[in-house]
Write a protein that binds this ligand. Structure first.
Ligand SMILES: *[C@@H]1O[C@H](CO)[C@@H](O)[C@H](O)[C@H]1NC(C)=O
Ligand SMILES: *[C@@H]1O[C@H](CO)[C@@H](O)[C@H](O)[C@H]1NC(C)=O
Length: 456
């Protein structure tokens, strides 16, 4: 996720707030090139995986888009009372399953997938993304530079430090290229998995942390953004070649999990912020109905089938594409090992002033709950307007409390932040609202995962 105001993401999942991305990026011609195949064509495209895949044709079963209106809330009077809560953040060797789990998590993002706004020096400044960097300079050049970043961005000492703050969960987004060298892809395939293993197994062996391995990108490009493969890429959708490669990638992740020291310590997140028409990004039509919804479900069911085939107990996580977990829940049954990721950000939600952020989070959490477990895979402290240092501790604790009280907890984005941009409204830089380690050093986050002053 980019925080950039240019990518005017709607933070409050699937509210109808306007997304201004199209005019900013001049997307018109790109959008019109997107191939929308019919359902029967989709069937043909995936035939090669037919033994494992039941093509989804039941998009009509979808549930309601989560609609949460912050404007109605901010008109209510603010309460002056703050609450302390005794929250137990479990760290158990055997993962109890997402229904019985409460995550106090941190993302290790911008590590194994480059997001230059968080790590401006990971690649040369003339490039805004890994794809064009490696394409232009060649893998012999970009590879060593990226390996340097993988080796230096996060250390086992960082894991020791966040453990002191009660952290029990890591979400680690990766590119697909970390797992599988997709022919024609300009994304670098190197030592990412070895680096991930080094950090993840340390956290698991020493602290019984749970690790979510995320596929931030998918072959061909899953959302038009650089995080989806490369800017302007949308060929993941309705493309049998890329469907095939995606399952090969998933197979590699499952190999890793199955062969790991403690397979139960991992969850696989198979898709992140997927969107088949970027003009609708972060709206209730982020994935088109019915073709996009069927296509996504076909993929997710195929991934789930691969897990089942291996008789693994691994949970499948996927992002709700800002349509709300309730939209996707009806496609799964109670016994399925599914957890839905919702990104609840307030930095891009129209009209959210920092003094109302806590109150809004307390309403957003119950509104996001549904019949399957929900994990807030990304959240931060930045509000749209009037960011203030003084409110950060309350906003942190309130979200930490709300996500675990009504949902299964969440993961702060991000462990570390190296950018120097200023917030567009209020005090300080984005770093002051997005960097867990810096917030810990600044005394904003209480040790031990203690909640001493939550709004709700
Ligand atoms: C599938 O995607 C690849 C790139 O990822 C592209 O080269 C190819 O043309 C696409 N196929 C179709 C049928 O669109
Ligand atoms: C936001 O901050 C500005 C500048 O400090 C102030 O004038 C304004 O009243 C604030 N708005 C709200 C709603 O607090």
């Amino acid at each position: 996720m980019r925080f950039s105001t240019a990518v005017a993401l709607v933070a409050l999942s699937a509210t109808a707030a306007p997304v201004q991305a199209a005019p900013i990026f001049g997307l018109g011609q790109v959008i019109s090139n997107i191939l929308h195949t019919s359902q029967s064509q989709v069937q043909n495209l995936i035939d090669s995986w037919s033994s494992a895949v039941q093509q989804a044709t039941d998009a009509a079963k979808h549930g309601k888009v989560t609609f949460w209106n912050p404007v109605a809330v901010v008109k209510k009077e603010l309460s002056a009372i703050r609450h302390a809560h005794a929250v137990n953040w479990p760290r158990k060797k055997t993962f109890p399953g997402w229904k019985n789990y409460k995550a106090n998590g941190v993302n290790i993002g911008a590590w194994l997938e480059i997001e230059t706004n968080y790590v401006p020096t990971a690649i040369p400044s003339e490039y805004s993304e890994e794809w064009t960097y490696c394409e232009t300079e060649g893998k012999a050049v970009c590879g060593p530079r990226l390996e340097k970043h993988y080796s230096s961005f996060v250390s086992t000492a960082d894991i020791d430090k966040i453990a002191k703050y009660g952290i029990n969960t890591l979400r680690i987004p990766t590119t697909y290229a970390a797992w599988y060298d997709v022919p024609g892809s300009q994304l670098y395939h190197g030592q990412q998995v070895a680096k991930l293993k080094n950090i993840a197994e340390y956290a698991i062996k020493k602290y019984n942390m749970h690790v979510v391995i995320g596929l931030h990108s998918l072959p061909g490009g899953v959302n038009w953004l650089q995080i989806g493969e490369a800017q302007g890429h949308l060929n993941w959708w309705y493309n049998s070649t890329n469907f095939d490669y995606s399952l090969k990638v998933v197979d590699k992740v499952l190999d890793y999990i199955e062969d790991s020291w403690n397979p139960s310590a991992y969850t696989l997140e198979a898709a992140n912020e997927a969107c088949d028409s970027f003009e609708h990004f972060a709206t209730p039509e982020t994935i088109s109905y019915p073709d996009g919804v069927n296509y996504m479900n076909t993929y997710l069911r195929a991934v789930y089938a691969l897990i089942e085939k291996r008789k693994m107990s691994t949970f499948l996580m996927f992002h709700d594409s800002f349509m709300g977990p309730s939209y996707w829940a009806p496609f799964w049954s109670d016994s399925d090992r599914i957890v839905i990721d919702a990104h609840l950000y307030f930095f891009a939600a129209s009209g959210v002033y920092s003094q109302y952020t806590s109150q809004i989070a307390c309403g957003q959490a119950p509104a996001t709950a549904t019949t399957v477990p929900v994990f807030v895979g990304e959240w931060s402290l930045q509000s749209y307007y009037n960011n203030t240092f003084a409110l950060r501790t309350e906003i942190f604790q309130t979200q930490q409390y709300a996500w675990q009280n009504w949902l299964q907890g969440g993961a702060f984005w991000n462990i570390r932040y190296q950018g120097s941009d200023l917030v567009s409204s209020g005090e300080g830089g984005t770093k002051d609202y997005w960097s867990f380690l810096d917030l810990a050093d600044a005394g904003v986050i209480p040790e031990g995962g203690k909640i001493t002053g939550s709004y709700c």
